[in-house]
Design a binder for this molecule. Structure first.
Ligand SMILES: Nc1nc2c(c(=O)[nH]1)N[C@@H](CN(C=O)c1ccc(C(=O)N[C@@H](CCC(=O)O)C(=O)O)cc1)CN2
Ligand SMILES: [Mg+2]
Length: 283
């Protein structure tokens, strides 16, 4: 068997086309959605992601505002940038690119974001709403995973999903999202303390690998025909390496590539969150 590719790049491009029309409709009603980004430091990966976000905005007609701070920015500097975007009427939603340089307190920064402008769904009150199953912007990577599966007709209803990784941007919120009644999956959240990871992944209908450990999920750990999403990324001298070993494609039924899978969907869901927030402002 060779797995069918869950093509996030093509799916994200289709979503951007759909968003172009929604943004045009907003603009026709006098609403210009504007995404702000706060980037601290020199990490090349973070710079590339932020550049990509602004490129996407230009493509769909979302205005964008960029605040880049040096690597030695203080907690007060970062919180001041957050306060400026909270107050800027041209900024209808914004993100703080993570991770922040060592020494800065991410949670304290995220808490300062106006929850109504939280385009990443990472403010504690929006994460709380996810727990309470109330409407709120959803974290972009988990939302992108669900959207990718939906668009390929992969059913989550009653599925056994094993999520590997308990980070705040992917694993933990994904578990909450998948167990909502609208998705109705059964989720096992595995992490570095999990005994016998393979025993869990082997009985999964869907495996989401978001641990940031290159090649963690090997062919023998996946049941034939299972759906595998490769989310973790490690930058090595040979380029980007995902959490899923290449030969998993020989046993999986569907596989999201890395790059070209969940990453582009993360960006498309950020745009979707911005557009939805602007649409809510009209209702
Ligand atoms: N504030 C946030 N910070 C971070 C998030 C997030 O959702 N919000 N997620 C990641 C980084 N990220 C977006 O910010 C992101 C990661 C990867 C991609 C992507 O499209 N990757 C490409 C490959 C790109 C490359 O060559 O480097 C792919 O997978 O095809 C987009 C966004 C952590 N921080
Ligand atoms: Mg990817």
């Amino acid at each position: 068997m060779t797995a069918q590719v869950l093509d996030g790049k093509a799916t994200a491009a289709a979503i951007r086309e759909e968003l172009k029309e929604r943004v045009a409709a907003l603009r026709a009603r006098g609403v210009v959605p504007g995404l702000g980004t706060i980037l601290v430091g020199d990490d090349p990966g973070s710079h590339a992601y932020v550049r990509g976000k602004h490129r996407d905005c230009a493509e769909v007609g979302i205005a964008s505002i960029r605040k880049d701070l040096p690597a030695d920015a203080t907690q007060a500097d970062v919180e001041a940038a957050v306060a400026e975007l909270n107050a800027d009427p041209a900024c209808t939603g914004f993100i703080v690119q993570l991770p922040l340089p060592r020494g800065l307190d991410e949670n304290r920064v995220l808490e300062k974001i106006d929850p109504a402008k939280d385009a990443d769904g990472l403010h504690p009150s929006n994460l709380g709403k996810l727990v309470l199953m109330e409407e709120a912007p959803l974290p972009c990577t988990p939302r992108g995973i669900v959207e990718l599966l939906n668009r390929y007709g992969v059913s989550l209803r009653g599925a056994e999903v094993v999520v590997v990784g308990r980070g705040v941007t992917v694993g933990r919120p994904l578990g909450l999202l998948l167990t909502r009644r609208s998705e109705n999956a059964t989720v096992t959240l595995c992490h570095t303390g999990t005994r016998d990871l393979a025993a869990h992944t082997r009985r999964a209908d869907i495996v989401v690998a978001a641990a940031g450990v290159p090649g963690l999920i090997t062919k023998d750990m996946v049941s034939p025909g299972a759906v595998v999403l490769d989310v973790g990324v490690t930058r090595t001298e040979k380029g980007l390496v995902g959490d899923v070993a290449p030969d998993v494609a020989e046993v999986a039924g569907y596989l999201s590539p890395n790059p070209g899978g969940v990453g582009p969907m993360t960006r498309a869901m950020l745009l979707t969150n911005v557009v939805e927030a602007a649409e809510r402002s009209l209702s």
